[in-house]
Design a protein around this ligand. Structure first.
Ligand SMILES: Nc1ncnc2c1ncn2[C@@H]1O[C@H](COP(=O)(O)OP(=O)(O)O)[C@@H](O)[C@H]1O
Ligand SMILES: [Mg+2]
Length: 262
């Protein structure tokens, strides 16, 4: 059974001053357990809306999302764990890095005896062991985002949802964080759904890229043949991202879809 099944999800935003805006229009796909899937598309194409619907944070839509055959809310009630990483770290500023992690372990009812090992493992994976007693304001943006990724993994989530987690970082920092993310994935084999507008990032991280446009999934690109651990020098990733960019360009300029006819 697939881990996440999205079936014919449509959503329109209604407003009193403008016509309804159809943001998602019959989106269907499924994601297997342990898979890393990227939702890729231009700004405003509905990626965050779709991620929120998968997370169960937005129930106002048609169609359905099921998690191992049941609604997310039921799964959460039965102990299923979902973690979210956003573009900004959303650490609690009055807590240290360690206290931020303890906060989610406490909220998730993890036995206190496990906390030390869980925290040590994830902080070491993201290279923050020496910074556990620092407050967020004492850390760079990249380090804050590392802490946010550590916080997500310390609960060993069943599903990790990430909304443009590296978009606010400079490219060198983003590169290191993507590698840390994949190292954590290799250890935990978490099902990951991430949103990105960066074709190369999507190719680097994903087993499968779902390209979004006009409220739909317009293409699916299988990256499963690219070996892991991934390398930034793998030319197959450049080829794949070139291909993806061409697809995005065709969405952005449909009249140029077939240059030989223009
Ligand atoms: N709460 C809302 N009310 C009205 N329109 C919204 C709301 N949230 C998002 N939208 C619109 O829906 C579209 C998709 O938004 P979003 O899912 O955030 O896109 P993305 O994450 O791909 O950039 C955008 O045009 C946005 O303006
Ligand atoms: Mg968004």
């Amino acid at each position: 059974m697939s881990q996440i099944q999205v079936s014919a999800v449509s959503k329109a935003f209604h407003s009193t001053t403008a016509p309804p805006r159809q943001v998602l229009d019959g989106v269907s796909f499924s994601i297997a357990e342990g898979e890393v899937v990227g939702l890729l598309g231009p700004s405003g194409c509905g990626k965050s809306t779709l991620l929120n619907i998968i997370a169960g944070l937005d129930a106002e839509h048609s169609g359905s999302v099921s998690i191992q055959g049941r609604p997310m809310q039921e799964q959460l009630g039965a102990g299923f764990r979902v973690a979210y990483v956003f573009q900004e770290s959303r650490l609690l500023p009055w807590y240290t890095v360690q206290q931020n992690l303890e906060f989610v372990l406490r909220a998730g009812d993890f036995p206190r005896a496990e906390w030390g090992e869980r925290i040590a493992n994830v902080l070491s994976a993201v290279g923050l062991s020496e910074f556990r007693d620092f407050y967020p304001r004492q850390l760079s943006g990249g380090m804050q985002q590392r802490a946010s990724i550590a916080r997500a993994f310390c609960i060993d989530p069943d599903i990790l949802l990430m909304d443009e987690p590296f978009s606010a970082l400079d490219e060198l920092t983003a590169r290191k964080l993507r590698e840390s993310l994949l190292a954590l994935w290799a250890r935990f084999r978490t099902t990951i759904v991430f949103v990105s507008h960066n074709a190369f990032e999507s190719a680097f991280l994903a087993d499968r890229i779902l390209v979004m446009g006009q409220g739909r999934i317009t293409r699916e690109i299988d990256m499963g043949g690219t070996p892991r651990p991934r390398s930034y020098d793998d030319t197959a990733l450049f080829e794949a991202s070139k291909n993806v960019i061409q697809i995005l360009e065709r969405h952005a300029h449909p009249s140029h879809a077939n240059p030989s006819h223009s």
